[in-house]
Every structure is written in C-alpha cells, then in structure tokens.
Design a protein around this ligand. Structure first.
Ligand SMILES: [Zn+2]
Length: 318
C-alpha cells in the first residue's frame, strides 16, 4: 500500500529507467479525481488498446469517449516504445475487479499468476483507485506483433514503478488477471512479463539488457568493470556514515552537487560531515521513494538511493 507517486516523481522514475516519455497536454492534472478515490496504490495493470495508429490511440486514451470519459490510463506505450503520459491521478482503466486478486497483489503472495478472477466490471472492486494503468498499442487479436522496443518499454515502465515503491514484480498484473470480463493484454504472458520485470529489478535503473550495469548492492569482494567514472561510488554500509573519513565521500558530494542538493561552494572533502548530511537529507526529501528506511533525515544513502542519485545527477551516463 502506498501513496501514489506525484507526476514529477513518476516522470523522474520513468526517465531514470530509460523510458522515452512524451508528455501530452495537461497530463499532470488530467484525471478523474472528482469522481472517486485515488490511492492508496497497490500495483500496476497492463492493457492492450485494440487500436492501430499511435496518434489516434493516444488521443482516445486521453479524451475517452461518451460512455467512458478519459483519461483511460496513465500512459500509452506505443509500438515504437515511446510512452505517452496522458493523465495522472484516478483514471478509467481498471473498472471493477476481483478483491481476492487485490489481496494477493497487496501481499505479493501468489505463485506465477494470481487466482483467476471471478468478479468483473459490474460486480467487482474499484480498481481505478488502486492501480496505475498502461494501455499498450495493439490490436489484441493475438496476431498483431509486439515489437521489441514496445515490450522493452512495458518492462521498463513496470520496473520503474516497482523500484519507486519498493514492490516486486508481483505488483504488476494484466487486466485479464484483474477482471473476469477482460482478455488483455494478449500476445505475451504476464508471468513472462513479471519474470522480465523481476530480472530488471536485480539491476540498477539505467541497466540495458546485455549491457554493463551499475552495482545495486554492496560491492562484492572483487571490484567489477573498473571504468573511468566522474565519481567514486561509495562503499556500503560502513564507508559513509556521518563523521567517517572515506574517499567515497567526495563522490557522494559531487553527485549531490550535480543533482542540485548541495552548494557548489562547499569544498569537497573525504569527510562525511554535517554539510554532506544536510544535502543527503535534501535529496531524500526531494525523492521520497529513496528514503533510507523511510526516515528522510536518515544519513545513510543505501544502494538504491545511490543508484537513484547517480541517475538524477548524471542521467543515463555510466
Ligand atoms: Zn484493459
């Protein structure tokens, strides 16, 4: 259970995950919040649109139609892999679904797939309050192909949400797993998608499958890929406690300055002192998803926080 990400936070998370985002109109405030609850959020639902053509698909998902006003999702994942964000807040994508499935998603307790739903649109639990929704451009006939770029974007979007909330891939379901009335998405299996999201979550947000990776866990005994970098990644957890001396402190300070959380006038030092600690606190306040242990003044930057700070500071660069 979680407070929904803000529009700014989701944009940051998507871009950190390497998603190419297209912002559509007033998407940040385009929603159905006046019609019902938004949040707490428990997961994300993947759909297919039964449409062809990106421009018209995006327009429909933004505006909706007479019997179902838009936005019809948060983002449209197009054939070319770009993600068009059309709304933020409550959107008309999930309708009614099965409360048992919701429980299983909340607990992330199921095996390869949740219990098949027996409730649907007419008699189910309100899913629009509880799920992010992603409409993927596809005819849904089982023949229309899913280009690699599009499938990769689906994985990245779901991983970005899971990473930001600290969820596993089991927080990602297909509409067909939520509602007995639905068959989408068709053409790939949700179990397979979840496996790909889970694999992605083992790596840092800027990981490219088959490419090199930033360390997301405390560095192993043997350092990997010694490549010139604009900073020295801190060692966890002992290397960077307040008051400690470590060359890693300079790397942290550089990243905090680059990300705008520390004044450039403060000289770099091997000491994790009060100025560094204050800057870490500002970073945690600005990016609540990466708060160490949920405490925003906690001086520790964990591996996830470091990966996030690095991505914010240096973009996708390694
Ligand atoms: Zn759907």
């Amino acid at each position: 259970m979680a407070t929904p990400l803000s529009a700014t936070a989701v944009l940051t998370a998507l871009r950190a995950e390497g998603v190419r985002v297209v912002e559509v109109g007033n998407w940040r405030t385009h929603n159905r919040n006046s019609k019902g609850a938004w949040g707490p959020v428990n997961g994300s639902i993947v759909h297919h649109t039964v449409t062809r053509g990106t421009a018209s698909t995006v327009a429909m998902c933004r505006t909706g139609y007479a019997s179902l006003p838009g936005p019809l999702c948060h983002g449209v994942i197009a054939k070319d892999g770009r993600v068009h964000v059309v709304g933020w807040g409550r959107t008309n994508h999930a309708g009614g679904g099965d409360a048992r499935v919701l429980d299983q998603v909340v607990a992330e307790s199921y095996g390869s797939r949740p219990t098949p739903p027996t409730k649907g649109n007419a008699n189910g639990t309100d899913g629009n309050a509880r799920f992010y929704g992603w409409e993927c451009e596809n005819l849904g006939d089982g023949k229309d192909p899913w280009p690699a770029a599009q499938y990769d974007a689906i994985v990245r979007v779901q991983a970005a949400l899971c990473r930001a909330h600290g969820w596993t891939a089991k927080s990602v379901i297909g509409h067909l797993e939520w509602s007995a009335d639905k068959i989408d998405p068709r053409g790939f299996s949700m179990a397979h998608l979840r496996a790909d999201v889970a694999e992605r979550l083992k790596h840092s947000a800027n990981w490219s499958p088959g490419g090199k990776d930033e360390p997301t866990a405390p560095a192993p005994a043997k350092p990997t890929t010694p490549k010139p970098r604009p900073y020295a990644p801190p060692r966890f957890p002992a290397g960077l406690a307040p008051g400690r001396q470590s060359p890693s402190a300079r790397g942290l300070q550089r990243a905090l300055k680059k990300a705008g959380h520390m004044s450039a006038a403060i000289p770099e030092a091997d000491t994790y002192g009060p100025a560094t600690q204050a800057a870490v606190a500002r970073f945690h306040q600005a990016h609540p998803a990466y708060r160490a242990r949920g405490v925003h003044y906690d001086p520790a930057v964990g591996p996830r926080g470091w990966a996030a700070l690095h991505t914010i500071a240096y973009g996708g660069k390694k």
